[in-house]
Design a protein around this ligand. Sequence first.
Ligand code: HEC
Length: 239
Amino acid sequence: MNSLKHFVLTLGACFAVPTYFMVAAPYAAERNRQTVAYVMEEPGSGKPFDDGAFKGLSYPSAFAGDRKRGEQIYSREGCAQCHTQVIRPDYAGIDQFKKTWGKDQEGKSIVPTRQTVMWDYLHENFGMIGQRRIGPDLANAGYRFTGKVNDFYLYLYAPRVRKAWSNSPAFQHLFITRPVEGQGSANALKLPANLAPAEGLEIVPSSEAIALADYVLGLKRDQALPVSITGAKPKSESK
Ligand code: HEC
């Protein structure tokens, strides 16, 4: 009889614990949210909001240049099979505190990354939120490759040159091998001897790889959010 009691209690806990974390806790965190109108002036007064409070707030700009094409290549190559672009709210996971998922925080103390919201995916025909995380989250990958686009190309062409343990596939079909002209291309890959092309040849990213880099380097989902999303009260109401 005793073992039946244990069995029932254990079974109950198996359901209760996930229900708490996946249903009850998110519900408690979200149920009091109220929509706040997206107003650009203090209600009634006609005065614009105090700029200081909204510093850095801007409507996400439409994708410039080749980023739109890069997004299609990201989708075609199946990057979203291994990479997400979602930083979950803190009650649902520890994403915000993962050192390498926000801005590059290597060697610094952790600065939490803000969670992603629907606003972050404006202008995208299909949000590449991904399905599973075999590689790191890319919601803020742009920060980690700023000024290091050649690192990104190296990742695409030969992931194990960058990280010996990498289990990412190589995307060599996005590169072109061609004879060196003049001083050679600034984007030509710097490969170790066993992968380097024959003398007089260089390996450069194709226009597809360049568009993909435009897209990935543009992933910076941490713009300031309007009150209607954060739920912060407009000034005149909070008095
Ligand atoms: C089979 C799974 C898989 C696929 C598909 C994949 N990746 Fe990765 N990716 C990984 C893994 C694992 C890592 C971590 C190891 C590394 O950095 O090499 C990684 C790392 C990265 C990084 C470096 C992230 C960082 O912050 O250091 C970028 C950027 C990236 N991938 C972009 C892409 C793009 C763009 C595509 C599509 C062309 C893609 N990945 C397809 C598994 C994958």
